[in-house]
Design a protein around this ligand. Structure first.
Ligand SMILES: *Cc1c(COP(=O)(O)O)cnc(C)c1O
Length: 371
């Protein structure tokens, strides 16, 4: 069996930066939660994306959960959420017993359609928060989405789990809204094996999240609690991995973009294939190179053909309003997310993948069109 090629898998630096920081943590016995790596990771991360404040947490999902709490979302509140995404975007809405309303995408960005967002805001003027996602590293239409959230006075949370390194008009995704969240899960562009970051302009909110995330311990000598706490803080060891990975982030973005450009160049002759939209205001990190198909070659044909080479590929995210666990909630939109899901496929985009493997992927796809 050939070595398995993944869509996107952990890629530590050749220089061993991560191990250096982890070793420091060991040498100083800062293994337990928190410590200098956590503080420095937050600082270096905030500087990189241009955010004012950051809190390192155990996952991107925990970061969304904390953002919702900081936005004051509680039982029975409406939260408007992009439908085309991974379930982790929407699950924390349910953790807080709030009610999701899902919104369709547009073809120009694959992300939340400003038109349908406005329809949802008119239908639910009491909505507490909006969660927009930057899928596959493509930025959503932020000018319009920020303006709408201001107009309707609703908190904006950006799920930038997949888009670290992506800029929209020169500014990093995750820094437009009231809150931005990032993920360092194993499949993301950089990883701490598992982890997340919450960023915000609002210092009080970030400090409050750090408090909740360390079990809500009141300032008292004994253990005193006046709020429910969470064990959501990132450990000092994992923050060390994160600091090392930050040093290679720009390299990873460049490599992901190269992978995308190579697919686009070699597959441009196939008129049935449309590449994910790269708008001129958008400099995407190209986390996963994704395409949609019309015609007789279907996503499953490509997935099965690549599978024979032990190469992983997948359909796009299945929309949340089509998920058994969420289908009882309202949806505002048409059939854009459905159409993208039905016709879309994520191609292998692993930064460790060499050109020979990528040529195999391309040959397999071209082969299906020769039949
Ligand atoms: C990965 C991901 C998350 C969750 O991040 P974790 O760190 O795995 O909890 C949330 N939203 C999107 C869009 C993701 O891709």
């Amino acid at each position: 069996m050939k070595e398995k090629i993944y869509l996107s898998s952990p890629h530590m630096s050749e220089e061993g930066f991560e191990l250096q920081y982890v070793k420091e943590a060991f040498d100083t016995n800062w293994i337990a939660p928190l410590g200098p790596n956590v503080d420095m990771f937050e600082k270096e991360f905030a500087e990189y994306v241009g955010a004012e404040h950051a809190a390192a947490l155990i996952s991107g999902t925990a970061a969304i959960h904390m953002a919702l709490k900081a936005a004051g979302v509680s039982q029975g509140d409406i939260v408007i959420c992009q439908s085309l995404t991974f379930s982790a975007t929407a699950n924390p809405i349910i953790y807080e017993k709030a009610i999701p309303v899902f919104v369709d995408s547009d073809y120009e960005t694959w992300n939340m359609s400003p038109k349908y967002l406005e329809q949802a805001l008119i239908k639910y003027p009491q909505a507490k928060a909006v969660i927009v996602v930057h899928l596959y590293g493509l930025a959503a239409d932020m000018d319009k989405i920020v303006e709408l959230c201001k107009k309707y006075n609703v908190t904006l949370i950006e799920d930038a789990a997949e888009s670290l390194g992506t800029t929209y008009k020169g500014k990093h995704t995750g820094t437009f809204g009231d809150f931005g969240i990032f993920s360092f899960n194993g499949n993301k562009i950089i990883t701490t094996s598992g982890g997340g970051m919450l960023v915000s302009k609002n210092k009080e909110h970030i400090e409050k999240v750090r408090f909740w995330a360390t079990q809500s311990r009141d300032k008292a000598r004994h253990y005193q609690h006046s709020e429910i706490g969470y064990n959501y803080r990132m450990s000092n060891v994992l923050a060390g991995i994160g600091r090392g990975q930050m040093k290679v982030l720009d390299e990873r973005v460049k490599r992901k973009q190269e992978i995308f450009n190579y697919y686009r160049e070699r597959l441009k002759g196939i008129s049935d294939i449309t590449f994910m939209p790269i708008n001129d205001w958008n400099s995407p990190n190209c986390w996963l190179s994704s395409i949609t198909l019309i015609g007789s070659v279907r996503p499953n044909h490509i997935i099965e053909s690549l599978n024979e080479e032990n190469i992983e590929s997948r359909p796009l995210w299945k929309p949340m309003h089509r998920q058994p666990v969420f289908e009882m909630y309202d949806f505002v939109g048409a059939n854009v997310a459905d159409t993208l899901f039905r016709n879309g496929i994520c191609l292998p985009s692993d930064t460790k993948m060499n050109i020979t493997v990528q040529k195999t992927v391309i040959e397999r796809i071209l082969g299906l069109y020769r039949k």
